[in-house]
Design a protein around this ligand. Structure first.
Ligand SMILES: Cc1cc2nc3c(=O)[nH]c(=O)nc-3n(C[C@H](O)[C@H](O)[C@H](O)COP(=O)(O)O)c2cc1C
Length: 319
């Protein structure tokens, strides 16, 4: 399975819909950017919750909502409301590296505290109406923190364990620790999803050949650097993917066409021009890597502050 990674502000509904329109079936599944327990009432809460409303996700890829938090009652409440919306699985975020999140033992900040992990799972799992999957890092400070977490995860019926083999302190930089990943992999009883730095077909093949037991790969930044990546993986690694592999890439939209489709969707949002500019620029930082041309030329867009000028630059660079 190829899974689109949750990326707050990036792999939100807007992106998932445009992606699915251009590359239907390229990702089997997406995990949504996290909902905090404070996002509360699903029907009335703001934009964050719209992201997983099933009626809005109808034209998108299947999604598993992700929840961030460590309050067991709040978790059960939110997960069971998601179940009422039709979701059969929720994902627990045990990987977020942001300091203000981790400081409260949320995200990867819970990994140095295995007793807390056990106590939350003890309280949450029997009360959930959905299946539960988790997304973890190797630790917050030390990659060895995972050693005490795995036996706990093994004691509960989890749908999958996604491992991003970095520590929280590393955030997204430095190397992924494949040595440590290979050490813990045999001890995880659940289906393991690998996540981290898969940005090319080569990277994908390398992970699959290093870890044949891992059948599922989650891709984040790689899909923004090159939106064709999951399609290319399916085409070039047909042994992994059934009949879908035969369908690409003839007639598949180019990265340029995808960027134009996404920008069109941003322009249709009911938000101010300033907010549209901010959003286009956030995506541009990653998506422009898919385009030919010099970095200096691509940076011109980031310095522009007028929507028409930005659209002209996009037009020039996506021709
Ligand atoms: C801007 C940004 C936002 C992210 N938001 C989330 C999130 O909401 N939940 C989560 O579990 N991981 C989040 N991540 C981590 C990604 O899901 C993923 O684990 C990470 O980017 C490594 O995978 P990649 O190398 O394929 O990008 C975020 C990453 C980035 C860069």
């Amino acid at each position: 399975m190829l899974i689109l990674a949750p990326m707050q502000g990036l792999t939100e509904l807007l992106f998932r819909r445009a992606f699915h329109r251009c590359y239907p079936g390229a990702f089997d599944l997406a995990v949504s950017p996290f909902l905090s327990l404070t996002d509360g009432n699903l029907r009335n809460a703001g934009k964050k919750v719209e992201d997983v409303l099933p009626e809005l996700n109808a034209g998108s890829m299947p999604v598993v909502p992700q929840v961030l938090g460590h309050n067991a009652d709040g978790f059960v409440d939110l997960a069971n409301r998601l179940n009422e919306l039709g979701y059969s699985e929720v994902n627990w975020n045990m990987g977020c590296p942001m300091r203000r999140v981790a400081a409260k033992h949320r995200g990867s900040g819970i990994l140095p505290f295995p007793d807390e992990v056990r106590s939350i799972l003890d309280s949450v799992v029997p009360r959930l109406k959905t299946a539960l999957s988790v997304k973890v890092r190797l630790g917050y400070i030390s990659p060895d923190e995972i050693d005490a977490i795995v036996p706990i995860l093994n004691d509960y019926p989890l749908a999958s364990v996604t491992v991003h083999p970095r520590t929280g302190k590393q955030v997204y930089s430095g190397q992924v620790n494949l040595q440590k990943f290979s050490e813990i992999l045999p001890s995880i009883k659940h289906r393991v999803v690998y996540n981290g730095d898969v940005c090319s077909v080569y990277d994908y093949r390398r992970i699959r050949s290093l870890f044949p037991a891992v059948k599922d790969v989650m891709i984040g930044r790689g899909a923004l650097y090159n939106p064709l990546l999951p399609t290319q993986i399916r085409t070039e690694c047909p042994d992994d993917f059934g009949p879908a592999a035969a369908a690409a890439p003839q007639g598949v939209p180019s990265a340029q066409q995808f960027i134009v489709a996404l920008v069109d969707d941003i322009l249709r949002l009911e938000i101010s021009n300033q907010a549209k500019i901010r959003k286009i620029k956030e995506y541009w930082c990653l998506l422009s890597k898919a385009l030919p041309g010099t970095e200096e030329r691509k940076r011109r867009l980031l310095h522009a502050d007028d929507l028409d000028a930005i659209l002209r630059l996009i037009d020039e660079m996506t021709k």
